[in-house]
Design a binder for this molecule. Structure first.
Ligand code: NAD
Length: 349
């Protein structure tokens, strides 16, 4: 029996090109259509991936009956209207992070997916990093005991989107990243969404009760001014989230800092702990063990966000690694951190 191919349309040729790459490696998937307001680029990628149709309007692409699913890598403020439109037209949706820029909109999206009976998955790509999946497996087996603390950090040097990323690069190109109405957040929503999520996911997504944080914008301001670029979003975010059973996460992210670039995530439990980059687990008194990818996966395929999205569509009982409801809570935490920075107060959730 031949299985009907799953037909996917991709919106956005910036980071969206990695979606195309990802889907092109999943057996039984056809990239049927590509959409970008930049028609020449949409055509270039249609040629590369053999997509039959090119669109400059996502609405028109989503109206194609032949499409089963859409994968959206457009500016953040467009995530809500595009997702709702696609769901309403009966498509499964893979949406880029941050899911959206307002908590109530995230809830609207998650509810719309339930109502439509379609899969809505957010492309929280760090959850799929083999290091993250390996440490998560230890946590789920209870090998760290009760997890009580997480700390994650992403420091970049000269890593502002648009300002430091080349216009002919593969991502982070648009001026929209610097405009609050289009991006919603600065570094908090761009990379904080990954690092907070990673620690929270491995700790078992405990229920947040309060958020306290600060936002900063210093290092690149002279450069933004000199280039006449908008100075609207934060360059750095730092925060602490407390959870229902006393757990906490501290995280700090920055697009530009005068310090050593870093990407780290540390997790602590009462029986063991881990660092994610690279994956190392610590148990007992002196055991410091590097988790080996080959041994851990033992020949089994490593899931990508794209293969997992397809598997979850094919088997709707499969547990999704990034359920939409968890992202609603994640956006609530990010929003509360921005409100805490503005008000100078801890925000109760
Ligand atoms: N998961 C990750 O690790 C990751 C990495 C990078 C970007 N992203 C996310 O992907 C999204 C896009 O970011 P990017 O880096 O590709 O930005 P980008 O500015 O480099 O590219 C955005 C693309 O969208 C197109 N576009 C804009 N409005 C459109 C519309 N209405 N219809 C069709 N196309 C439109 C632009 O022409 C451009 O080609 C953002 O939400 C971002 O947060 C996620």
């Amino acid at each position: 029996m031949t299985v009907k191919p799953l037909r996917v349309g991709v919106v956005g040729t910036g980071f969206g090109r990695y979606h195309m790459d990802g889907f092109s490696e999943v057996p039984g998937v056809e990239i049927l259509a590509i959409c970008d307001v930049n028609k020449a680029e949409a055509q270039e990628f249609a040629n590369k991936y053999g997509a039959k149709y090119v669109f400059t309007s996502a609405k028109k692409m989503f109206s194609m009956d032949e499409l089963d699913a859409v994968s959206i890598a457009s500016p953040n403020a467009q995530h809500l209207p595009m997702t709702l439109d696609a769901l309403q037209k009966g498509k499964h949706v893979l949406i880029e992070k941050p899911m959206t820029i307002k908590p109530r909109d995230a809830k609207t999206m998650a509810d719309a997916a339930k109502k439509a009976g379609k899969l809505l998955m957010v492309e929280q790509s760090l959850r799929f990093r083999p290091e993250a999946q390996m440490v998560k497996a230890y946590a789920e087996r209870g090998e760290f005991g009760k997890m009580y603390y997480g700390r994650s950090t992403w420091y970049r040097r000269k890593g502002w989107p648009h300002l430091h990323m080349p216009p002919d690069g593969t991502l982070g190109r648009g001026l929209w990243f610097l405009q609050k109405r289009h991006a919603g957040f600065g570094a908090l929503g761009d990379i904080g969404v990954h690092l907070l999520d990673l620690a929270w996911y491995i700790m078992g997504t405990p229920k947040p009760v309060s958020v306290s944080g600060q936002l900063f914008r210093h290092v690149a301001v002279p450069e933004l001014k000199a280039k006449g670029l908008p100075i609207e979003v934060e360059e750095m975010a730092a925060g602490m989230i407390k959870f229902k059973d006393g757990q906490a996460i501290m995280f700090e992210v920055s697009w530009d800092t005068y310090t050593k670039p870093a990407m780290e995530c540390f997790l602590m439990g009462d029986k063991g702990g881990a660092s994610v980059f690279p994956a190392k687990v610590f148990r007992g008194n002196d055991i410091d063990e590097t988790v080996d990818i080959e041994t851990h996966y033992n020949g089994l395929p490593i899931e990508t966000p794209f293969s997992h999205f397809v598997d979850c569509i094919r088997d709707r009982r499969k547990k999704c690694i990034v359920p939409a409801d968890e992202n609603v809570t994640l956006i609530k935490m990010l929003d509360a951190l921005a409100r805490s920075a503005k008000s100078g107060k801890e925000i109760k959730l």
